[in-house]
Write a protein that binds this ligand. Sequence first.
Ligand SMILES: C[S@@+](CC[C@H](N)C(=O)[O-])C[C@H]1O[C@@H](n2cnc3c(N)ncnc32)[C@H](O)[C@@H]1O
Length: 278
Amino acid sequence: MLAARFENSDDFDELVVSNNDVVLRNIAEDLRNRLPIEAMFTSEHQAVQKIHQHPLPMIHVDAFLYDDDVVDSLCEEGKMSRSYCTECGSYKTASLEFISHSFSLMELKFLYQHVLPDLTGKVVVDVGSRLGAVLFAGYLYSSASQLYGVEMNADFCQLQEMMITKYEFIDRIKVVHADICTQPSLLQKADVVVMNNVFEYFLDKQEQARAWEFIACNVRKRGSLLVTVPSLEESLSKLQADVQLSQWVEEVQLNYDVYMEKDIDREALEQIHLYKIL
Ligand SMILES: C[S@@+](CC[C@H](N)C(=O)[O-])C[C@H]1O[C@@H](n2cnc3c(N)ncnc32)[C@H](O)[C@@H]1O
């Protein structure tokens, strides 16, 4: 029946992909309804403190939960703002700096459709899986055999488990509630490790340095891939970590022009870096 309705298999593939976008948007809506607007739990003391210490006002808007259209409607309703008053009572305003703790749908599609190769039979580990966005997108947009999320915050683990059960992802997604530094064997068997801004807002500098040293010691499978935001050079430049980049990884240049969809945010895509383990 299906074959008769589609001119060719490309049409069918396109329909499946856009159906996956709908599923991801449904998950995002589900999660929005279960979280406060800033999408942070009070259990995240350190991250909340770090955001408050930032020199300029910063607002946490989770890019997986709130795309530009949703942010626009919240601004119209007066529930969110893109600017702040620099001199209370005056019309002098400045743009707020937005920070997201998750990849957006656009970044996830770029990751699985243009950055990573065919993942059939491969093991993916998302370090600091938070809402599970990388895991859910990996389930829908790739053929990875197992997608592991490691998350140290219990509230976020519970939330991910709820979504895994509701959307029946249990056969390929597993969430581990742990500090990544207790999971050497998982890192050693991974074919792809994803690290989206994992440590900077959640650990102090010494803990960050220790965690990076642990990652560099255990993500060692030759030819396996490491995806980071921002670049390894940028993350490590602020720390005193004993990591010899040139002996550990080789950067794979990405083509940011391949993503042709209308929601492109080139600046965000350019933060995504891919490395091959030597
Ligand atoms: C910026 S979020 C990344 C979210 C998700 N990977 C994504 O890309 O959408 C970073 C997450 O890492 C978690 N995290 C930080 N340090 C960790 C550690 N040592 N072990 C496990 N999780 C950690 C934080 O609790 C936070 O939820």
